[in-house]
Design a protein around this ligand. Sequence first.
Ligand code: SF4
Length: 237
Amino acid sequence: MYINEEKISRIVIQTTEKPVQYDLFENFIRKSPFVRQIAFIGKAIFDSPDVIKIIDLCRLKSIALIFGEMAENVPFEIIDAIVNSGIVIAVNLHDGDKNIDVLNELKTKYQMPIPEVNAIIKTPPRTPQDTLSATSYAFYNLADDKNNVPCWNLLNEPMIDYDGSLLGCWTNPDKKHPINAFDLGIQSALNKSPFLNMIKMLKTGKINVQCPCARCPVFASFIWSDSTIDVYSRTQE
Ligand code: SF4
């Protein structure tokens, strides 16, 4: 099994806990030439003193950005850079945030069709997974959410933590991650055996206790419902 990076052009970076460090991010971009889109999930990206440098680097490399959750106190110069860069395709903000108006005014000023400005409206949990606590072990409702299982992330938008740890998906239950994508670049990271083992488990249903999937309620649901998932299907032509 070998993963061809050219087919994996979208990456998700989780910044719910901390922002990314610029020098590590820059190394990752240099070693990952086929990345064309990055979504930052979590407000902490705006705690970085280098967020404008990150936007500038992505503009130079023609990498589109998504900010999954903008913090409320983001300085005007960062919002200005987001709109003026022309590479941020979407920004999500909480409903009622005054920055919704600021973003829309700047789009008019710079005559920019992007970013798409989306208000986050709180919705009730749809599946047991949405309310999962650190100690609970809920059955993931595959019947309700068949086309949106977190495992699709693995090869469609692999998720990386703020420090470069390759999580693969947003539900990865393990705290220690053996692969650092910021050090290796995305192709080398995705071809390391701990990540390939996650894919193998989902394709075969055969449990490997070294794998985070072996401790995940989503995988338990596959076993329970006798389902397997083809993680390649959205990336293969
Ligand atoms: S089964 Fe594996 S890939 Fe799927 S959600 Fe769980 S940890 Fe992620």
